[in-house]
Write a protein that binds this ligand. Structure first.
Ligand code: SF4
Length: 220
């Protein structure tokens, strides 16, 4: 969306990047490239973060839950998307009702209805660009979300259905299997997080370690 807005000269005062602190390196690499483009064009760039460190909230924040007090909300995702809530709070506080472009694609029907509010503009919908069109558009311009993994470069959109936080427990088993096989450094980071919480990442019997053993078994 941003690339086409710039190419077509749409009015744009500022670009805001929200950093959860848990993004893939490829996201930060693209952010750095985009920052240079914006600098050349004199467009303001702003980086926002959650009020609290992601891992502190995941493991250390004192919480009064239905089963008594405990520390941390554990994995983020599913019905417990505390990271998304933080993101929306910070972004809304910053935007203060200003007109915003949001990159919802023309084939994301339920999101389009949810986000249809006075101050939101959806250029991808106006252009009729579906998610696959957007990816092709970015690839044509050399934006490929590539991770430098052990066995060679991996394009994130080749192995993940959606590129979100690397630790998002919304990832499906196909995506997690791909991470174990093709992005082993991130898999190790998932194991480190799992070591710090009793809640299995994908539900009972599906901790990161359970899934790792399952995926390894599939190889033989
Ligand atoms: S992408 Fe997943 S882990 Fe990250 S904030 Fe959203 S729901 Fe939470």
């Amino acid at each position: 969306m941003l690339l086409r807005l710039l190419e077509e000269g749409w009015p744009l005062d500022e670009v805001v990047f929200y950093d959860t602190g848990m993004e893939f390196k490829a996201i930060y690499d693209i952010r750095d490239r985009v920052k240079l483009i914006l600098e050349e064009r004199g467009i303001r760039y702003t980086e926002l973060r959650p009020d609290y460190d992601f891992e502190w909230k995941m493991f250390d924040k004192p919480v009064n839950g239905p089963n008594g007090p405990h520390f941390g909300y554990s994995w983020c995702g599913g019905r417990c998307r505390w990271g998304t809530r933080d993101k929306l709070t910070v972004l809304e506080r910053y935007a203060r009702g200003a007109e915003e472009y949001i990159g919802i694609a023309a084939d994301e029907k339920s999101r389009i209805e949810k986000e249809r509010k006075g101050n939101k503009i959806m250029p991808l919908v106006a252009w009729g660009m579906a998610e696959a069109d957007c990816l092709a558009y970015c690839y044509e311009r050399g934006f490929t979300w590539e991770e430098d993994a052990g066995a060679g470069p991996v394009r994130l959109y080749d192995v993940l259905d959606r590129v979100s936080c690397w630790c998002c427990c919304n990832k499906n088993l196909k995506e997690l299997r791909n991470m174990k096989r093709l992005l082993p450094d991130y898999w190790r980071k998932l194991e480190e997080l799992q070591e710090r919480t009793a809640r299995p990442m994908k539900g009972p019997g599906k901790s990161v370690f359970d899934l790792g053993a399952r995926f390894d078994g599939e190889k033989t």
